[in-house]
Design a protein around this ligand. Sequence first.
Ligand code: AMP
Ligand code: MG
Length: 344
Amino acid sequence: MITRVMKPDAAAIEEAASHIREGRLVGIPTETVYGLGADALNPDAVRAIFEAKGRPGDNPLIVHIARMEEIADLISGEIPPAARRLAQAFWPGPLTMIFPRGERVPLRTTGGLETVAVRMPAHPVARTLIERSGRPIAAPSGNRSGRPSPTTAAHMLQDMDGRIPLILDGGPCEVGVESTVLDMTGPVPRILRPGGVTREQIAAVCGACEVDSAVMRPLREDERPRSPGMKYRHYAPAGALTIYRGARMRVAEAICAAYDAALSEGKRPLILALEGNRPLYGGRNCESLGADARAMAQTVFSALRDADEKRADVIFSESVEAEGIGLAVMNRLGRAAAFHIEEV
Ligand code: AMP
Ligand code: MG
């Protein structure tokens, strides 16, 4: 199959919409990352998503809608009042909420779960495509399983070339990490995966917001996480990644020492650092993570892809405070490093 990459003008979106209606897959720009979309209510189309990604069948998909009314078809029971308030505050946007599954949603879409994850994306191309196709669209991140999520059409093409007919190129993604996954089925909203909408923002609307304990640590071997995606090691670069945490100068000293030691052993080391800290690393091979936590969210996945492209075999990364959007950044970096974190 030839994979075309098209500018998302009206004709391209119509073509994409007919692919969706006919059960095929499309690469879709969203404000979080690029998604691999298909008709969420068509089990064969959904199966094709799992095949193209090489994704384990028990890792559920997020269903994307363009208007609030569409949610009634997807969930069972009423929308909880807290979810209504969160939708008003953060939809369209990078927040996914989990509800009891409506009968029309195939179990294949929910990875066999009796709950369903729903999001209304903000990106105009994603929204227009959902509207024009007339279908809710299931769309996981558009990477092959185990690869960093794509934040440009070119990254998505690297992973999906020959597997899908069309990628809509909407430019680089604004948020850069995936949506916040929030479980709304318990008494207090609980973050299963941190993302573009922060714990602090959710707590400001709902009064309280828990963060699942599996967000910032590796899972125990026999553990069954509430978000099945957490048990898979995502976004792992080929090189061994270590994260350094502590005061700025001590981190720089420790990273320089580890880098120089790796170099003397004949390895190809790489440093991931905040833009303002780059001078601390002298002439060493250093990739910028941007100016602050927001910028780090935008660059973290492409930095990991670049590390692979540069064939780095050891990677040393700075960290940010695990609060606000920094929680999502540290979750993604932490998982890429299998939570190998050096406190200095
Ligand atoms: P991705 O599609 O790559 O953004 O991943 C979607 C994430 O949402 C995965 O981590 C899933 O485990 C999580 N997810 C989707 N649906 C559910 C659900 N019904 N319950 C818990 N987690 C879910
Ligand atoms: Mg993903």
